[in-house]
Design a protein around this ligand. Structure first.
Ligand code: 8IG
Length: 272
């Protein structure tokens, strides 16, 4: 293991401070205000959300890993949205990549170290509610972390009440009235669920299933950030339609909705 990866593992907070310092040097901006993480299918939203000032491969910052999943571009933009300087991560590191929870949480921690007080976590996901057709955006109201992992270390307990900010959900609904909300469950992946796992999840109160977001939200809360979570339902969860789940369908659905998602994000962030 290289020394560079070693610091991410041994002192993730120091790794985030180092990445934020390099970001400030590259952008010439001492502090960013808001961070957005764009998940599966959300990438085209990046071109709509604001005015791109700088666009770099995320690997230009220390301790970031290159992307492995198609539809996850591995770039980072510094974007102007009204008066708000926003960091937009085009893609993320997932737990199933096997790089550890430190790599998963690094973007959120870097954003916090760069000054961001709000993070918008987006994802593409499977929906369990039959009335949510693919392309439906849903606010995350709460989560279930099925990964058996945590980004936290040591014994400090962390309150997760109202993790997904009620204030920010209400702000979203001012922009898009009637936007539904639901409980998001993170499975480790990279396999999708079996139909039996989806029936289990439904019994447990799950509305949305995906492979991201909850560990990042926990790290964001630890860092004192306000969290907004938005899922784009890109497919019915396994077993609901009889059709197999296909990643290309997921990307296509995302792309069709992404422009609208970019407008939503722009309106929400300019009204923070
Ligand atoms: I996009 O149906 C997308 N990501 N776990 N299940 C899980 N992750 C997903 C799904 C899904 N769709």
């Amino acid at each position: 293991m290289s020394d560079a990866v070693d610091l991410l593992q041994s002192d993730p907070a120091a790794a985030a401070v180092a990445a934020a310092a390099e970001l400030a040097r590259i952008t010439g901006v001492e502090n960013h205000d808001v961070a957005v993480v764009l998940g599966s299918g959300w990438l085209p939203a990046a071109d709509v959300v604001g005015t791109t000032v700088i666009d770099i491969p995320v690997t230009d910052l220390p301790y970031f890993a290159p992307p492995v999943v198609e539809g996850h571009a591995g770039r980072l933009r510094s974007t102007q949205i009204g008066d708000t300087r926003t960091l937009v991560f085009l893609g993320r590191t997932h737990l199933y990549e096997g790089r550890g929870v430190e790599a998963v949480a690094h973007a959120v921690r870097t954003a916090a170290a760069a000054g961001c007080r709000v993070v918008v976590l987006t994802n593409g996901c499977g929906g369990l509610n039959p009335s949510w057709s693919p392309g439906t955006p849903v606010l995350i109201s709460d989560h279930i972390n099925f990964t058996n992992a945590s980004p936290l270390r040591g014994g400090a307990f962390l309150d997760l009440t109202d993790l997904y900010s009620t204030r920010l959900r209400e702000l979203c609904r001012q922009v898009q009235p009637g936007m539904p909300e639901g409980v998001y469950a993170q499975f480790r992946g990279p396999q999708y669920e079996t139909p039996a796992e989806i029936r289990m999840a439904r019994v447990l109160g799950v509305d949305l299933v995906g492979m991201s977001t909850t560990l990042e939200a926990i790290a964001a809360r630890e860092a004192g950030m306000e969290v907004l979570g938005i899922s784009l339902v890109t497919n019915f969860a396994a077993g609901m339609t009889g059709a197999p789940l296909d990643h290309q369908d997921v990307l296509d659905t995302g792309h069709a909705a992404a422009h609208h998602m970019g407008v939503l994000l722009r309106e929400v962030i300019s009204n923070l």
